[in-house]
Design a protein around this ligand. Sequence first.
Ligand code: KIV
Ligand code: ZN
Length: 523
Amino acid sequence: MTRKINIFDTTLRDGEQSPGASMNPDEKLVITRELLRMNVDVIEAGFPISSPGDFKAVRSIAEEVGDRAVVCALSRAVAKDIESAADALKYCERPRIHTGIGVSPSHLHDKLRITEDAAIERAVDAVKLARSYVDDVEFYAEDAGRSDYEFLARIIQEVIKAGATVVNIPDTTGYSLPEEFGRRIKYLMEHVDGIEDATVSVHCHNDLGMATALALQGVKNGATQIECTINGLGERAGNTSMEEVVMAMKMHGNELDAHTDIVTTELTRASRLVSSITGIPVQPNKAIVGANAFAHSSGIHQDGVIKKRDTYEIINPADVGAGGSSIILTARSGHAALHERLKALGYDYEGDALDRLYERFLDVADKKKEVYDEDLEALVGEHDRAASAVYSLKAVQISCGSPLIATATITLADREGNETTDVAYGTGPVDAVYKAVNKIVKVENDLTEFSVQSVTRGIDALGEVTIRITAPDGEVFSGRGADNDIVVSSAKAYINALNRLINKLTASQGHPKQTPQDLPPEE
Ligand code: KIV
Ligand code: ZN
């Protein structure tokens, strides 16, 4: 039997640090449920000291998870952070506090301005304090990838002595080469007393496009936990992508002496879900979950795959839940058929929610005749976004053409159901729609990105618009909208992004959420 490698998912914490990936508490719960279906071992739910919203999210995620996974909360090696993490995890059945400090020369001298000995003292105090609240404490040695081997071994040994159950060796800046990172883990395995009693974790960033290789080299050399995110979301170029490491271990389990308990058939669904919630699209050529991951376009390849699938395909698409289904719904499909298909896709909607989805489904089925799984997922995304909507689109009407001046009339409803209509003209229909929305929702922002993609093939496909807006403080919010008419999709996407911005402003009451890197290293 190969070694079990724990999958520590940090989509809700490091993943949320991707610009534009902020999620509201309901969205975090939807992702949590999917992580549970995938059978992840640890869910890093947030950084409680960073904002009241994050604190509450950690609490509600812990409640949702129960005993099905470990729930982890991040803190710096600072007493008030650890106390806040402990408080957020108060009702958690399997709590873990994740605390740590920078260990590279750059972090010690330039960021923290402390000596190696002082860093060890702070790390040990932090671990002891965390252990006074919970039995499971993970220590992260930030920027370990650029640290001195001997000092790294010394601090890791001291935190294990102080009670750390897991030691996380991050390549925070994604700087290392895979072999070198593997040597670092091997060195720790050979030079740290007591390391055999701790779980060694790797947390690698993708700045040189090597996060997956780094994590696997870590595993090859002794690590038994990988920290990763769905779609590789995360700070800057992102984190190790869960789908990549999980499938690499499935394909090369014997060479790596490793396996995971992840339900791989959920990987595609999880990827689409996270993309739909965060508004961050998955690049078509992304390994495992990209739209082209199993597409063969050259004639020679197609011929090979027709003769025998594995001539050009190392993974059976069904093993990662890709490939769609042969069940296609139409306007003649009833409530029960929709309910069954949604259930097979992992969504359990009943009562009013199912009725609302059925109405939208009929709307789409009337226009495009055949409704595929991808269409249903777009409708579910739209339905879930509506739950936290401050404004919703009631009507949009445009006139445009050449030489006409594009004009849009928009009606929006607020949470109380009050409707407001306004009209604007613009350089094109989308510009006119955005200007009309701005006349009603007076929230300052810049539209920084706009893209349209069809959800499925064909002229009648739903068009999905993804946009990003930037608030005056620089924070980026993304929005998505899907409809048969791309001008309507654009209006929905813009309103979705505005709703996120407004919800964030209201939740933080002027205190924007911060990452560990935003906060000062000292109290
Ligand atoms: O990249 C990193 O070092 C981190 C730590 C906070 C674990 O995200
Ligand atoms: Zn990180």
